[in-house]
Design a protein around this ligand. Structure first.
Ligand code: FPP
Length: 244
């Protein structure tokens, strides 16, 4: 069980290792993604149980489009299927489901399911679950730059008034707190173009566990790791202690 205090408000997860999980069992990669859905479900339950308020999952990156066509197509079908199957249960648990990423790159069938799931759960007040599909951190920053440039061009924003706050208002996580904790499974220690702007001060927890094997033990280990960190945001340790 995680320490009851110092629970991160916002947890972000890079769910890696589905392909290797499948290969070790001589299964097709898709079997790993399919098995990964169970870990998604359990992570959502754990986030609710432990008191996390925001959970952001990296399900499909801008770069994942270059995977074999069959894998991409099966992943998209899996998203549709998982949405169909899980949305009522999420709703019953007061979870608000939202998607971030380049929606215009997705097939219309998936976009319809996404929009209907978002509308269905929009009034829920429990966990906010954000799923990143066709998302890239650089894409997000470029889009925010376009928003700011358009505001300047139409005269609603002066160049001197552009600051971190006005800029971040154009990002996908606009208005939400930045992730406090990033978890990455699957053994790699990199951010892989996830929330580049928003992860600026996140604590980073890497584990070797492959995503389909991720569960209570690893989630609680990540929370325990977070609970021990002293977050300084550029200040000294002494300053943070003095501020309590
Ligand atoms: C990375 O593992 C995983 C993905 C690119 C897909 C993640 C998708 C799921 C967990 C399916 C369900 C998601 C939702 C939100 C319903 P990898 O294929 O890169 O693994 P590898 O590094 O071992 O090859």
């Amino acid at each position: 069980m995680a320490a009851a205090t110092n629970i991160p408000t916002h947890v972000a997860i890079i769910m890696d290792g589905n392909g290797r999980w499948a290969r070790r069992r001589s299964l097709p990669r898709h079997a790993g993604h399919r098995s990964g859905v169970a870990s998604v479900r359990r992570s959502v339950e754990l986030a609710v149980e432990r008191g996390v308020e925001y959970l952001t999952l990296f399900a499909f990156s801008s770069e994942n489009w270059s995977r074999p066509r069959e894998e991409v197509s099966k992943l998209m079908s899996l998203f549709v299927e998982a949405l169909q199957r899980e949305v009522d249960e999420l709703h019953r648990n007061n979870v608000r489901l939202e998607f971030i990423g380049a929606r215009d790159q997705l097939q219309s069938g998936l976009v319809e399911k996404i929009e209907s799931a978002e509308a269905h759960t929009a009034a829920n007040t429990g966990l906010r679950l954000l799923v990143a599909v066709a998302y890239g951190g650089r894409w997000d920053i470029v889009e925010a730059s376009r928003t700011v440039a358009a505001q300047v061009a139409e005269g609603s924003l002066a160049v001197e008034d552009i600051d971190a706050e006005t800029f971040a208002a154009g990002l996908q996580l606009s208005g939400l707190p930045d992730p406090d904790l990033l978890i990455r499974t699957g053994g790699e220690r990199r951010i892989s173009n996830f929330l580049l702007w928003n992860l600026a001060y996140a604590e980073l927890f890497f584990c070797d566990t492959l995503w389909p094997d991720f569960g209570d033990e690893e989630f609680d280990a990540a929370l325990a790791y977070f609970a021990k960190r002293q977050r300084r945001y550029g200040h000294t340790g002494e300053q943070m202690e003095a501020a309590g």
